[in-house]
Design a protein around this ligand. Structure first.
Ligand code: NAP
Length: 259
């Protein structure tokens, strides 16, 4: 028999990739809002409070179900699931990207999420909302974002397909906007904007201070949760559509102008 969660009013969230960046931001804001956070990453979290960690390399597919069982086996309800873990490999032209590199990206950004969704589906945990952390790259098709863009487009479709099978759970894939994390460090300090022009907007944004801190991005996502439910389960939305429509229009226009 299942053990009850700590109290009947306790709200629970499960987050992958919670050790740093946006996943850490989400953990921190949710802890402050009184949630019990269950997190999975290789390094774990240094946050204190109502947080349970499991060390899990998501590339190790075989071990994911037993890790989830150890972390979530006693949980009855998850208000929120964030499938957030992901990597951004170095920007490259598609023709210079090997199949092996593409496989590696998919093996972190996509397939572990299928295994996690399968485990959640067969568990008897009541799950209210699942958020897949996608990216504008899923639809922009900017030069250099090859394997990452393909993985996020596939993630969006994964969410759409699983929406047919999670009958009582709202699933959404979101582009969270630009966030000051390790990924952003690479895009702003190492990647070559002469070779990959879409970087200019990001690098300018960094200088102009429009890149969000992980905590700010997390707060915006959490505040938008009720609005996500106005979209169909399985949809993909760019958070900027909701919170910054003008910035979103300008972004879409710039993408139309520059293929
Ligand atoms: N930053 C942005 O501007 C931006 C924009 C759009 C979308 N996103 C998306 O937002 C999500 C979070 O990005 P971020 O910027 O916060 O990235 P980040 O700072 O690089 O953090 C990535 C997280 O994923 C985890 N992770 C990576 N490989 C893993 C593996 N093999 N097994 C388990 N966990 C793994 C890392 O934990 P460990 O290293 O401890 O395992 C870490 O907690 C990603 O899906 C990204 O694509 C980010």
């Amino acid at each position: 028999m299942r053990l009850k969660n700590k109290t009947n009013t306790q709200q629970n969230a499960f987050i992958t990739g919670h050790s740093r960046g946006l996943g850490k931001g989400l953990s921190s804001v949710l802890l402050n809002r009184g949630y019990q956070v269950y997190g999975c990453s290789r390094k774990g979290s240094d946050l204190k409070g109502q947080i349970s960690n499991i060390a899990c390399d998501l590339q190790d597919f075989q071990k994911i179900p037993s890790k989830l069982q150890a972390l979530l086996g006693e949980v009855e309800t998850l208000e929120l699931v964030f499938l957030n873990a992901g990597i951004l490999p170095p920007l490259k032209n598609m023709s210079e990207t090997s199949i092996e590199e593409l496989r590696q990206i998919m093996d972190i950004n996509v397939w572990p999420n299928k295994i996690i969704l399968d485990w959640l589906l067969q568990s008897d945990i009541e799950i209210k909302q699942i958020i897949l952390m996608s990216s504008g790259a899923a639809v922009f098709g900017s030069k250099g974002w090859g394997g990452y863009a393909i993985s996020k487009a596939a993630l969006n479709m994964l969410g759409k397909l699983y929406a047919h099978e999670f009958n009582n759970t709202h699933i959404i894939a979101i582009a969270p906007g630009l966030i000051d994390t390790q990924m952003m460090d690479y895009l702003c300090n190492e990647a070559d904007s002469t070779k990959f022009p879409a970087l200019k907007r990001i690098q300018n944004g960094h200088q102009n201070g429009i890149i969000q801190s992980p905590e700010d991005a997390a707060t915006k996502i959490l505040n938008a949760l009720p609005e996500f439910k106005n979209f169909g389960s399985g949809d993909f939305i760019d958070l900027r559509q909701i919170i910054a429509p003008e910035e979103f229009q300008e972004l879409m226009q710039s993408k139309k102008n520059k293929k």
